[in-house]
Design a protein around this ligand. Structure first.
Ligand code: F0G
Length: 446
């Protein structure tokens, strides 16, 4: 049994309905344009938005701000070795900085990179190298109603098809993202990671794990994979990550930090090339774009992330939100993910066609109804793909309490009650790059 008591309090408030209506209109029906002060419960992301522990705050004060040879970096190296099992660490300002460093070292123009599902920034960095990022999810991953313990797994069949089509020489790296954020935060089994390891060996490719949510993934493994029923989360994490040649990490998730990221590997050659590229883009390799204090806090956070009680509470809270939503009849993607509950907006607003952006309409209604901010991951965010219309409600770590979850469920229930009256949206203005339009485009009700 574990719990948290507050040592610092931040007041939040629910603006009046009139204020929310106005804020939504001024934001062009895009919640990325809202001021966070106008948001009551912010479930936009779990990235960098969590509460640090008192131990992490203490570490901040002890951070060593030396340009070279920072003691805080030594603490990070120790934490990465203990928790993840890698001897070399190249720090970066956040996950996508680490992606730039790693994929810039591993991937060349004309290459093809299979991944269970590429997160947006991963896809962009691989494309930026002139390579082709290919998603290889299992069949059920995009079915919100299918049951299954590891819907985040890589489809080896799809990955093999990629190699058959392009030839092994064009596939220098196989990536696996755990948990699979772009497939509703679903976990990946150790068995599946082992199979990807073997596959990578067969084709002479490197195996990279995007470890952003590795601890949440390890927790699911202890719950759902028989072989690991008696294993600790920390042991599973090391076992699974140890299968990879390198991990790429955003410390803003399971580093329990507000900033930071890194690449870790045992390969001397990969370390060397990442280090040189990091100097160019991130900073000297003992700080990598982070303040020494942020490195120190992340080193503590990594250790806390594999604490059994912490991670059971964390994933348990996401499940609690899923249960609360289901109990009032809200259709959700099942099973719930590790960091977020994904609402099935296609079923929720079944009278709206994809062209009317049901997901974005639902996001707007959740804000209008209860000041709750989620994010659309459907046809607005991913034009021209056949993804389900999902809305992600991501829980920041150690931040909200039961009454907040109840408010979210009550808000969704109230929208459900008047769902037939919810109208669709159309785009008013959008940027040139369609792939990132959901961050800045403005819309209006139809
Ligand atoms: N990989 C995965 C699987 C992610 O979920 C993210 C970020 C990144 C890489 C990039 O890390 O943000 O530190 O640069 N995901 C956030 C989200 C933004 O809201 O899901 P970053």
């Amino acid at each position: 049994m574990v719990g948290y008591k507050s040592k610092v309090a931040e007041q939040i408030h629910l603006p009046s309905r009139t204020k929310r209506e106005r804020a939504l209109e001024e934001a062009g029906y895009n919640v990325f344009n809202l001021d966070s002060e106008d948001v009551f419960i912010d479930l936009l992301t779990d990235s960098g938005t969590g509460a640090m522990s008192d131990e992490q705050w203490a570490a901040l004060f002890r951070g060593d701000e030396a340009y070279a040879g920072s003691r805080s970096f030594g603490e990070l190296e120790d934490a990465v070795a203990d928790v993840m099992g890698f001897s070399h660490v190249v720090p970066a300002h956040q996950g996508r900085g680490a992606e730039n460093v790693l994929y810039g070292s591993l991937v060349e123009e004309g290459d093809v990179v299979p991944n269970n599902t590429h997160f947006d920034t991963t896809r962009a960095h691989i494309a930026n190298q002139g390579a082709d990022p290919v998603d290889c999810p299992v069949d059920d991953a995009r079915d919100p109603a299918a049951d299954g313990p590891f819907k985040g797994n890589t489809s080896l069949e799809r990955a093999r098809a990629v190699v058959e089509e392009h030839g092994p020489e064009r596939v220098p790296v196989v990536v696996q993202t755990i948990t699979n954020n772009s497939a509703a935060g679903q976990p990946v089994s150790v068995e599946n990671s082992r199979a990807v390891r073997e596959f990578a060996d067969e084709i002479g490719a490197s195996f990279v794990i995007d470890a952003c949510r590795f601890a949440e993934n390890a927790y699911f493994v202890t719950e759902r994979e028989d072989e690991f029923a008696d294993a600790s989360v920390a042991d599973v994490a090391r076992e699974q990550l140890g299968l990879a040649d390198a991990v790429v990490m955003s410390g803003k998730k399971d580093g329990l930090a507000n900033a930071g990221g890194f690449v870790a590997t045992d390969s001397d050659a990969l370390y060397e090339s990442c280090k040189q590229r990091a100097i160019l883009y991130e900073g000297f390799p003992t700080y990598g774009g982070m303040a020494g204090r942020d490195i120190a806090a992340m080193a503590v956070g990594l250790r806390e992330a594999v604490d059994e009680a912490y991670v059971a509470d964390r994933v348990g809270q996401v499940q609690e939100l899923a249960d609360a939503l289901e109990s009032v009849g809200v259709p959700i993607y099942t099973p719930a993910g590790g960091h977020a509950v994904y609402l099935d907006a296609g079923a929720f607003l079944s009278h709206l066609e994809p062209e009317a952006f049901p997901g974005q309409a639902l996001v707007c209604e959740l804000y209008r109804e209860g000041g709750v901010r989620g994010v659309e991951l459907g046809s607005f965010a991913f034009p021209d793909t056949d993804r389900p219309e999902l809305v992600r409600l991501a829980l920041p770590r150690r931040t909200y309490h039961r009454e907040h979850l109840e408010h979210v469920a009550e808000t969704a229930a109230a929208v459900l009650e008047r769902r037939e009256d919810v109208s669709g949206l159309e785009i008013e203005e959008e940027p040139e790059m369609a792939e990132i339009r959901h961050f800045t485009a403005t819309l209006e009700p139809t």
